[in-house]
Design a protein around this ligand. Structure first.
Ligand SMILES: [Zn+2]
Length: 107
């Protein structure tokens, strides 16, 4: 079972308490952007086997959004962090690199 620690309230929440929100750190494109950029923002999502950054909401808890880094192949959770970040924290990226040396890093 997937268990994520909510960085907002500190609860270790089971999967049934959480609602998935898709890929984290999407770059948004709106009016005035090229069709290709808008198309990729709307429809293209990463689906890696391995390290992935995701949005989750503590739906049956504090109700707040947060971000999580985990391995999609093993379900290992590397960490969670507040949603108000533009990229994964450096210390989390260093931890992921220590656990997955083959990981190419956050792009
Ligand atoms: Zn919470």
């Amino acid at each position: 079972m997937l268990i994520l620690e909510c960085p907002c309230c500190g609860v270790k929440a089971e999967e049934t308490e959480l609602a998935p929100g898709g890929e984290a750190h999407l770059k948004r494109f709106g009016p005035g952007s090229s069709d290709a950029d808008f198309d990729s923002y709307m429809f293209a999502r990463a689906n890696p086997k391995g390290v992935h950054f995701e949005r989750w909401r503590h739906a049956n808890g504090c109700g707040k959004w947060f971000l999580a880094a985990r391995c999609t192949a093993t379900l290992e959770v590397f960490g969670t962090y507040p949603a108000q970040t533009t990229e994964p924290p450096a210390e989390l990226q260093a931890y992921i690199k220590s656990r997955r040396p083959e990981w190419e890093g956050y792009k």
